[in-house]
Every structure is written in C-alpha cells, then in structure tokens.
Write a protein that binds this ligand. Structure first.
Ligand code: SF4
Length: 381
C-alpha cells in the first residue's frame, strides 16, 4: 500500500485555524440542504487555481469535500525552486497543501510514483507534444481517486478540468474517455464545465444543483480569474504549460536521452529528479555529464558524489559535475576540459580539475578549458 500523508487542517492547534475551520463549517451548514448533509465529494487537488475553484463551487452547495493529491515525481513545484538560488524568492510551499489550507479541507497526499511509471513508459493513448501522457495520466489519477472514494465511502469525484483547456485530456471527445476508462463513469463531475457535458449522477440525483455549475471552456483564463476574484482569492499558483515536467520540451528530451542511453524505458525517482538539475551534455554515447549551473545546484549535486563519479575545479572557482556512464581515460579528460570551460578559469591556459571516484579516492588533471566553438550544440541534451 502506498504511504499516505493526511493533513487534517480542521485539527490544527492554531486558534486562527480552528476559528477558520469552525466558521467554514457553520457557513457551510447554513447552505446545506437536508439532502446533502451526508454527501461527500473527493476532489483531485493539483495546487492550481482550477481545482481550487472546483472545490469552492461544490463546497458552496453544502457538500463536504476532501482533496487528494498524487505524488508522481514529475510535479513542477517546489523541488527546483528549493534548489536554485535564482528561484529563492519564490514561495517554497507545497501548493496542494497550501490550497487545502485556503479551502479548509482535508488533503490526502498519496505517493503513486511506482505505479505511475507504467503510465509514463507505456501510455496506451500515446504522448502529447512532449513526453506527457496526459490522457492516460488523467485516467490513472481518476481511477485511483475513484478507488479511494469507494474505500472511504464518499459519493462522487470532482476535478478542476475545463473543456478545451488542455489539448490532450481536456477535449470534448477525450473527457468521456477519462470517465469511462477510469471506471468512475457518471460519478465524475467537472464543476467548471459541467454544463457543457452530459448530466452526471450527482446532478440527476439532486446532490448538486446543475444550474449553479459552470460552462467554462477554452484556454482563456479570464473566467477563472473573475470567479477567483468573486471568491476573494488573490493568491494562487500559476503553472506555465502544465502541472508536471513531462510537458516541458527540454525535460522530455533529457528523459528520452536517458532511455536511449539505457536501451530501455526505465527510471527511478533519483533519475527523474536529476533531470531537473544542471546542464546535461552527452559528448559521447557512453557517458553524459551533468554540470551545475549555479551554487544551489552545486550543493545539490554534491549529495550524489557517492553514486556518480564527480569532477570539480580546484585551481579556480567552478561548478561540480557528475558523470553518468562509463568514461574512458580520454573521455575523462574531455569531461574535465568541459568542466573547466564552465569555471572562472575558462580563459586560463590550464585549470586543475579533481576527479573524485564513487569510493572517495581522488586524482587531479591539469587541462586546457574547451573553447566554446569546440562544444557542439548537439552535445546539449
Ligand atoms: S501535465 Fe502531467 S500531470 Fe498533468 S495530465 Fe499531463 S501528464 Fe498528467
């Protein structure tokens, strides 16, 4: 069974939190019809604005909502912002937890990184513009949430999907595919575009009022922003392009390179985290070099020196680099020249580079930094 972290925001010690929770409960119960007193919905909470609004719309109808957030390993937020110095000003928060806190709901964070591998590696509906298997991914998440819903005696599922917003999983013809293949069927309600879709069971049974649901469509975010403003929501995450790294062209090409170098489509969490960090160059088929771009990444890569052979300049300030693969002596010298090129000694005649083996033994190489015109663009993964 996957580990599950439950944050019950209604049971925090903070008086303010308690007051907020109590206030929320009272307001909710004033709106609650007798019919809905026992109805409970589980929401897929990504941490973005759409899922936040979907929860709000359903809460407004007096339904008890709890959230689920799936950890796949590819989530955009947090990790790189925490590592990179230039991102230090960004809030280092888990947006799903933060959203749950704003909404006053319980959030269940579920680690699905193992079973999710099959979605990334063998998507039956294929990939989008990059290695994003959005249709399979959405089906997988809804299917998991549906199983959770049944296990925990909830009545229906909600998502923040908006018709036409995403080219693969949020189209008029693919949204029913997700409902069908996940097994959730008409227990899956998309409050933000429900009026554009056939009636679901929660609407038919009167658990929710269809008239109060929405008809958002397309990529224009203005309706969501207006709805957010009407709720007084001013602060929310604004993911660019998608909710995970798989929609990113540069990240996807690194993942494709990893699979090609291995001769098979496999990965571990460490691999996919590493693809988010540093410059990746593959000068030869038998090895790749990962060079930190700044101090935060250097510190991060240092943590991997027992798993990878590493290089670092000693005569000049410069980045740490890790070698993935089996380099020959000549390859190592080339790698050292590359590292020297990204150090403060790039214009020096000679730079000393320390080569640290995984077992901690070290040696040094004195090399001439590689001039930029000898670093072909196709080395960059
Ligand atoms: S962007 Fe990523 S998390 Fe979102 S549906 Fe696509 S594959 Fe899944």
């Amino acid at each position: 069974m996957s580990p599950e972290i439950i944050r019950d925001l209604g049971h925090r010690n903070s008086i303010n939190q308690w007051y907020y929770y109590q206030t929320f409960t009272v307001i909710s119960s004033m709106n609650t019809s007798v019919e809905n007193k026992s109805r409970k919905a589980v929401a897929l909470v990504s941490g973005g604005l759409d899922s936040m609004l979907a929860v709000k719309v359903i809460q407004d109808q007096g339904i008890h909502v709890e959230g689920i957030n799936f950890f796949t390993g590819f989530c955009v937020e947090g990790h790189t912002h925490a590592i990179r110095k230039k991102d230090r000003a960004r809030p280092k928060r888990n947006n799903a937890l933060w959203t749950a806190e704003q909404l006053g709901i319980k959030l269940h964070i579920i680690d699905v990184s193992e079973p999710y591998k099959d979605v990334v590696i063998n998507p039956k509906h294929g990939y989008g513009a990059n290695l994003n298997p959005c249709l399979d991914c959405k089906g997988f998440m809804v299917q998991r949430a549906y199983a959770w819903m049944q296990e925990h005696d909830f009545d229906f599922l909600i998502t923040g999907e908006v018709m036409g917003q995403r080219p693969m999983s949020q189209r008029k013809d693919t949204m029913p595919v997700v409902s069908r293949e996940s097994g959730a069927g008409d227990l899956l309600l998309r409050p933000l575009c429900a009026k554009l879709l056939p009636e679901t069971k929660p609407e038919r049974e009167g658990w929710v009022n269809r008239d109060e649901l929405l008809d958002f469509s397309g990529r224009n975010r203005k309706p969501q922003m207006a709805l957010a403003a009407s709720y007084g929501i001013e602060d929310y995450a604004q993911p660019a392009g998608g909710c995970c790294f798989l929609t990113d062209a540069s990240y996807s090409s690194k993942l494709a390179d990893l699979w090609q170098a291995r001769g098979e489509k496999t990965y571990e969490i460490d691999d996919i985290v590493m693809l988010k960090v540093g410059r990746h160059l593959r000068p030869r088929d038998n090895f790749k070099i990962i060079i930190a771009r700044e101090e935060g990444e250097t510190n991060f890569l240092k943590g991997y020196r027992k798993r990878f052979l590493s290089l670092g300049t000693t005569s000049h300030t410069g980045p740490i680099a890790l070698i993935d693969g089996e380099p020959s002596e000549t390859d190592l010298e080339l790698a050292a020249r590359l590292v020297a090129r990204f150090s403060s000694g790039r214009d020096a005649d000679s730079v000393t580079v320390e080569v640290l083996q995984k077992d901690g033994t070290s040696s040094t190489l004195d090399v001439q930094p590689l001039p930029s015109n000898e670093v072909p663009q196709d080395w960059y993964v």
